[in-house]
Design a protein around this ligand. Sequence first.
Ligand code: F6R
Length: 234
Amino acid sequence: VCDVRPDRQSAETELAARIAAQLRLRPDLVLGLATGNSMIGVYRALVGMHRKDGLSFAKATSFNLDEYCGLPVGHPASFAAYMREHFFAHVDMPPGSAHLPDENGCADFEAAIAKTGIDLQILGIGRNGHIGFNEPGAPVTSRTRVVELAAATRAANERDFPAGEAVPTHAVTMGIATILSARTILLLATGAAKAEALAGALEGPVTPQNPASFLRLHADVTVICDRDAARLLS
Ligand code: F6R
């Protein structure tokens, strides 16, 4: 299912509204969370609903998709810092309920997910079709592990690092199989830079060369995108 919205902001608001609706139905929702530019507006909208409408995360649990390897704790470009800045610092989710993957604890992270399952996984998409940090070539059977980042991904994410500081070469990420184990998946794609990856994922072959194409193996995936990202869809 693909829900095309007129612009980026309405796509972000739509994703936030769907997360909120699920959370109201099930306050103890287990969320799979993503970072990146695309999600900033989504977290802003969720924080707004928390403040204005009393949307509560007190009973929710979360698992983040990925994290860089080798960054010092508190590094501003780490996904841990991103999550604190954009979301965790502003809502009522107990710190112990938020799980972030750790390069030294992949098996423990998978075991924690296996215990509860993920009810709702949110995803962005890379320009090369990556989901989480599952770059082209990632096997459909993959689980949480350390991976090497594609050169294109490191180039795209340079914007998050201080000038002159290299983007890490490796990251820890949930695998494709981990992502596909979620009950419901919502993918957000905004901007023309995502059009090619999105068209490949939805209309090209299901192939490790476009990891997002594996989402077609799942029965409950909704893509929310803006017109720019939908540009190459037939
Ligand atoms: C982030 C993640 C990545 C991003 C993707 C898009 O946790 O897993 O797959 O969703 O790289 O990033 P942006 O939104 O910055 O274009």
